[in-house]
Write a new protein. Structure first.
Length: 134
């Protein structure tokens, strides 16, 4: 079967061992702890910011937005998100949208201005949005 998509995506089978998924452009990576058994996990560029309700303005979101999806149960321990951007602002924050709960979480974010890299820990699969009010 062939699946035609307007955005890029990657699919990996993750099982007992920790594994990393990286976006095709190399700007987003999630390291996922072992899941106990094999599950398929998809990392995809999404076509925009999920529904409103996040504690930020959509105009302040850095594109692309990345989603990590799976039928696997929640993560047994937090996965690490790494997002390389073009943002110069020191107040960059990562937000996670949980599609199952239809809710937003503001992730505790570290931002390295010299490499323009935001890092955070995530406790679940979600759509991740990097935001900076510049």
């Amino acid at each position: 079967y062939e699946y035609q998509s307007e955005s890029t995506w990657e699919m990996e089978q993750i099982g007992l061992k920790s594994a990393s998924l990286k976006s095709r452009d190399g700007n987003f990576r999630i390291t996922i702890p072992g899941l106990g058994k094999d599950y398929w996990v998809i990392l995809a560029e999404t076509v925009g910011v999920p529904s409103s309700g996040g504690n930020f303005e959509a105009k302040d979101a850095f594109l692309p937005v990345y989603g990590v999806f799976s039928v696997a149960p929640g993560l047994t321990k937090a996965g690490q998100i790494t997002y390389i951007s073009k943002i110069d602002s020191k107040n960059a924050e990562l937000f996670a949208f949980d599609h199952n709960q239809n809710s937003w979480e503001n992730l505790k974010t570290s931002f390295d201005a010299s490499t323009k890299t935001a890092t955070a820990n995530a406790s679940k699969f979600a759509t991740f949005v990097l935001v900076s009010s510049k």
